[in-house]
Design a protein around this ligand. Structure first.
Ligand code: SF4
Length: 482
């Protein structure tokens, strides 16, 4: 697929929009008009003397064209008008109607929150998002509801707030769909003892900086990978280092991901509890054993139920469970059974991710349309089931590179939301991150400026270049004092 940009500078936005219809496929951007003998699919967006014209040709079909007058509002106005023309042409040509309309960003709720902050009432919001930006009614109400809950959670954060992220990038095996930097234990087991030592060292250095700057810890989050790949003793060591160098008692939340049920044991859960952990995430992804085998997770749904019950027994009163809609070989019935099965356990939070086909270029337009309807139907079911269980959506982000960039949504019982998820997604306050693959995200308390400080991606680099990791951490101090 090629987008030809002719007489304007909206290439980036049009490429992103087109990509939603062709995930996984390379969407090239060229300047000027398509050559006469151009053979592939294309979208030609042309701007001349106050007139916009979009022409698309897909497959063997005839080219189709739409025109509009140039809007007010400079580049943003032009981008929006071209976006609507392109969306209309591409959805007519493919039959796929991305339900978020022309919104391409990964945080649509932020746009809704900003308009609500400006005082737009529901009718004005509907006009703005549904009529002008072509957002579906269902996504509109999802975004409005999420924004309202999020707003209250965000308002708790103050300029001196920060969250701490601890990365444990190891997993027992690698899931087929994984895109994170995680090493299976078979490969990396020998690195873990040194990794734990270094992590404790980085926590000490980071805690010192946070103390010096007078920052206030709000949430702690152990993620990865699968933190419970560590032994109970290793978990205790890292959590003791957190407690020694940070004011954990004043934090609002302390989460440890115990993502893979096959890593969850009673002694690890007890170590987490003793170390100050208050929330765990145990993630079945699906309750279908056939689908679990298909995606390379070496556990059964029964193992998930055991792990969940164990966490309750140990005393966790805030448990999250992740599910994925659109896993290979899963069906709508299978997904519905997974949602219902998880909700019978009455978890405080359920997070529903979408995993639609990444390479839609392998699909015909009809298949892509069916795929979108299927997965969107699954996430719609999850929303209704969560609502029936008293859970509200509290954070939402979209996933680039999936068909129509469908959304991931966190649901929660009121008052039990996973705050870290909201703060990281909104960039509300600084996230100090430690460990391999972690990136510290600094938010300036006065200017709101964002800067990232990256750690090395892979554990072996993190270990061998640890001095550099500590050197980079000094940037945190400079950033706040500048
Ligand atoms: S548990 Fe998560 S991080 Fe680990 S391999 Fe699976 S998807 Fe990747």
């Amino acid at each position: 697929m090629t987008v030809f940009i002719d007489g304007h500078a909206c290439g980036y936005e049009l490429q992103r929009l087109t990509q939603m219809f062709f995930p996984g496929e390379k969407v090239a951007v060229e300047q000027g008009a398509p050559p006469e003998d151009f053979a592939g699919d294309f979208l030609h967006a042309r701007y001349r003397e106050g007139l916009l014209e979009a022409v698309s040709r897909l497959g063997d079909g005839f080219p189709r064209a739409l025109r509009a007058e140039a809007p007010a509002g400079g580049t943003a106005g032009l981008e929006h008008r071209f976006g609507v023309l392109a969306y209309t042409l591409l959805s007519e040509g493919t039959g796929v109607r991305p339900p978020w309309g022309v919104l391409t960003g990964i945080r649509p709720v932020k746009l809704f929150a900003a308009r609500m902050e400006e005082g737009m009432d529901e009718a004005a919001l509907r006009r703005h998002f549904m009529d002008e930006r072509l957002v579906s009614g269902e996504k509109f109400s999802l975004a409005v509801e999420t924004a309202a809950v999020e707003r209250e959670l965000l308002s708790r954060s103050t300029p001196d707030s920060f969250s701490l992220y601890v990365s444990v990038p190891f997993c027992p095996t690698r899931c087929a769909y994984c895109s994170f930097v995680s090493h299976s234990v078979e490969q990396a087991a020998k690195l873990i003892p040194d990794y734990v030592d270094r992590l404790c060292g980085e926590l000490a250095a980071t805690g010192e900086i946070a103390r010096e700057l007078g920052l206030r810890l709000r949430t702690v989050y152990f993620g990865g990978g699968t933190p419970t790949t560590l032994t109970a003793d290793q978990l205790s060591r890292v959590m003791d280092a957190v407690a020694a160098h940070f004011d954990v008692a004043s934090a609002w939340e302390y989460t440890v991901e115990a993502g893979r049920p096959d890593t969850v044991t009673e002694d690890k859960l007890r170590a987490i509890k003793a170390g100050g952990g208050r929330r765990v995430s145990i993630n079945p992804q699906t309750l279908s054993d056939g689908v679990l085998a298909e995606i390379g997770r070496r556990h059964t749904s029964a193992r998930f139920f055991e792990a969940f019950e164990l966490a309750r027994k140990v005393g966790f009163d805030c448990i999250n469970a992740d599910l994925i809609a659109g896993l290979p070989t899963d069906t709508p019935e299978g997904f519905r059974a997974s949602v219902d099965g998880v909700l019978t356990l009455a978890p405080e939070n359920v997070t529903v991710h979408t995993l639609t086909v990444k390479r839609a270029s392998r699909l015909s337009f009809g298949e892509a349309r069916a795929e979108l309807a299927l997965v969107d139907g699954m996430v719609g079911y999850a929303r209704r089931a969560a609502a029936a269980a008293g859970q509200r959506p509290y954070y939402l982000y979209r996933q680039n590179g999936t068909l129509a960039n469908l959304e991931n949504v966190g649901y929660s019982l009121p008052g039990r939301e996973g705050l870290y998820n909201v703060y990281i997604m909104d960039e509300t306050h600084t996230i100090l991150a430690v460990g391999a693959g972690a990136s510290t995200k600094l938010r300036h308390p006065v200017t709101g400026e964002i800067e990232r400080v990256y750690n090395y991606k892979y554990p072996y680099e993190y270990l061998s270049r640890f001095d550099e990791v500590l050197r980079r951490k000094k940037r945190v101090r400079e950033f706040y004092l500048e």
